[in-house]
Design a protein around this ligand. Structure first.
Ligand code: BES
Ligand code: ZN
Ligand code: ZN
Length: 497
């Protein structure tokens, strides 16, 4: 991970060096404090000349006027003050971070002419900076560009001037935890599969113990003993053994039932014997985006000491073709006792989740289960890369998720489920088959999962289009987006704390 900027908060004061960031709305009216940093009114003139209109997340850059100790002034547009929301502040923070270049000292003056900027707004702005700072650069051995300058800036200090620094610092304590969780999820998705197999991923999950998370790792033997034949069938074609990580954060009332998050962790999906075509197959290193989001979420919740009981379970396997691999037509018995005819070995995520969901429900009796999975190409055809698919057996849980999505910008779109779709996965030879035919592929996949959740309120998020190679934003330029961490942190905060 790239060097994480050090964030601090202070009262408005003179700036001694570095870049100064001022805010401007779409009037475009600039920060009330502008006079302090621009006694001669240079910025106003520069805004006229460059036709800078203060549009959301746009930046105008000028040399610091004479008499000011800083070296550059960046004016960051906020757009219409009354339309600002949580995600827009992230975008402003991200846009600022992108323009900092080699600056190592940055001051952001947090005030606007017709709007009071709250501590939460300021913490979101800072979170946007942290999220944009992430870069997957660990395998680049070249550290200098052609001019001999460092490619990565060294440490960056960002000071945010505001009226209530201690309040902002408090609000930011939570935001910093979220940045850690999102950036962990991104890193796990970006890691190539030769480095991150099931065993290595489980070891990364185990590291959460340092934050107070209780972590258990189930080995192949333990999964066999529990009869997890659906998950094990997927894993049997790989020389790398499967794992299941069970993470518990108990920050809530003793003995209060937990909410549970379950992730698909296929560290690489070749398709197995029903092999995928070569073009683009490298993307399947990201087929553990669900497991990464769950791990990042547990990291965030523990770092901010969330007052809730939360379980995170991830099924970790590699889907490979091999002499020992499962064949199309094989029939496996899941932990639930239900039998599955595997007609396509590339529909493997649902097989992994079938056992993870059943195990979770049986052991923890959670108040709700939410699973995340890069489950189907069909959801990308249906929704593109702007929304993840949401499937649920519970309207209230679905609405809570949709609301969390609107608040964070990690948007969800509810898709239908029902008996007519469920019929499509009935099998001649077993209780069900693992594919449902050409139509409604994302829906039949969801129907399959539903057969393993009993009556527990449950939601399935198909994040195939949003966990990786999603549309980039000012606060995310990474291939692995970390989608789901901010969304579910918000859900926990609003509903379960
Ligand atoms: N991991 C894939 C789904 C996927 C596709 C994720 C593209 C991200 C980007 C999943 O295991 C898969 O292969 N699904 C098949 C299901 C089919 C065989 C019924 C698919 O979507 O084609
Ligand atoms: Zn697959
Ligand atoms: Zn897959």
């Amino acid at each position: 991970m790239t060097s994480v900027p050090k964030i601090s908060f202070a009262k408005f004061a003179a700036v001694k060096k570095g870049a100064i960031v001022l805010l401007a709305n779409d009037k475009p009216a600039i920060s009330k404090m502008a006079g302090e940093y621009d006694p001669a009114g240079t910025i106003g003139r520069a805004m006229d000349v460059s036709k800078f209109k203060g549009k959301l997340a746009t930046i105008m850059e000028v040399l610091a006027p004479q008499g000011i100790d800083g070296d550059r002034i960046l004016v960051a547009g906020t757009g219409k003050a009354d339309e600002l929301n949580e995600e827009k502040w992230l975008r402003i923070g991200g846009a600022v971070r992108a323009k900092l270049g080699s600056a190592d000292t940055v001051t952001i003056v947090c005030d606007l002419p017709d709007m009071e900027i709250t501590e939460t707004n300021i913490s979101q702005l800072a979170l946007g900076i942290l999220l944009r700072s992430y870069k997957f650069g660990k395998y680049k051995t070249r550290k200098k560009d052609d001019n001999g300058s460092e490619i990565e800036p060294k440490s960056v200090r960002v000071s945010l001037f505001c009226t209530n620094p201690s309040g902002a610092k408090k609000a930011f304590a939570g935001a910093g935890a979220i940045a850690g969780g999102v950036n962990l999820a991104r890193e796990l998705v970006n890691e190539p599969a030769n480095i991150l197999g099931p065993v290595e991923f489980a070891a990364r999950a185990r590291e959460l113990a340092a934050l107070g998370v209780k972590v258990e790792i189930l080995t192949e033997k333990e999964m066999k003993r529990r009869g997890m034949g659906a998950l094990l069938g997927v894993a049997q074609g790989s020389v790398r053994p499967p794992r299941m990580a069970v993470m518990q954060w108990n920050g809530g009332k003793i003995r209060a039932k937990p909410v549970a998050f379950i992730g698909k962790g296929v560290v690489f999906d070749t398709g197995g014997i029903s092999m995928k075509p070569a073009a683009g197959m490298e993307d399947m290193k990201g087929d553990m985006g669900g497991a990464a989001a769950v791990t990042g979420l547990m990291h965030a919740l523990a770092s901010r000491k969330a007052k809730a009981n939360v379980v995170g379970i991830i099924g970790l396997v590699e889907n490979m073709p091999d002499g020992a691999a499962q064949r199309p037509g094989d029939i496996v018995t899941s932990m639930s006792g239900q039998t599955i005819e595997v007609l396509n070995t590339d529909a493997e995520g649902r097989l992994v989740l079938a056992d993870a969901l059943w195990y979770c429900n049986e052991r923890f009796k959670p108040v709700a289960m939410v699973n995340l999975a890069t489950l189907t190409g069909a959801i990308i055809i249906a929704l593109g890369k702007e929304h993840a698919g949401l499937f649920s057996n519970d309207d209230k849980l679905a609405q809570n998720l949709i609301d969390a999505g609107l608040a964070t910008g990690e948007k969800l779109w509810r898709m239908p489920i029902g008996p007519a779709y469920d019929k499509l996965i009935d099998s001649k030879n077993a209780d069900m088959k693992n594919i449902g035919g050409r139509y409604g592929g994302a829906i039949t996949a969801a129907q399959f999962l539903k057969r393993f959740v009993g009556d527990t309120p449950w939601a399935h998020l198909d994040i195939a289009g949003t966990a990786m190679a999603s549309s980039s934003t000012e606060y995310n330029q990474s291939w692995g987006s970390g989608f789901g961490v901010r969304l579910l942190d918000r859900l926990v905060r609003d509903i379960y704390e």
